[in-house]
Write a protein that binds this ligand. Structure first.
Ligand SMILES: [Zn+2]
Length: 79
């Protein structure tokens, strides 16, 4: 085992540190799962009720942001 490699906690594969996303909340600054597994886990999470709820919340806030932007633009255009 070398310092430049790290084991993924999901697939147990040894991978270069570049294959892990950063996570500032952990001591070594890297996520426990490799990017490949993180993507799979994210997709799995999105298919759960919680994940879908979060997704819809995100879309809602995004739409609100768009609305604000449109209003701001309109205000700017009218003299
Ligand atoms: Zn993995």
């Amino acid at each position: 085992m070398t310092a430049s490699h790290r084991q993924c906690s999901r697939c147990a594969r040894m991978a270069e540190k570049e294959a892990f996303s950063r996570d500032r909340t952990v001591r070594d600054g890297l996520q426990r799962n490799c990017k490949c597994c993180a993507r799979i886990l994210k997709r799995q999470y999105r298919s759960t009720p919680e994940g879908q709820m979060q997704e819809s919340t995100y879309n809602r806030t995004d739409r609100r942001k768009q609305m604000w932007r449109d209003q701001y633009r309109k205000r700017k255009e009218t003299p």
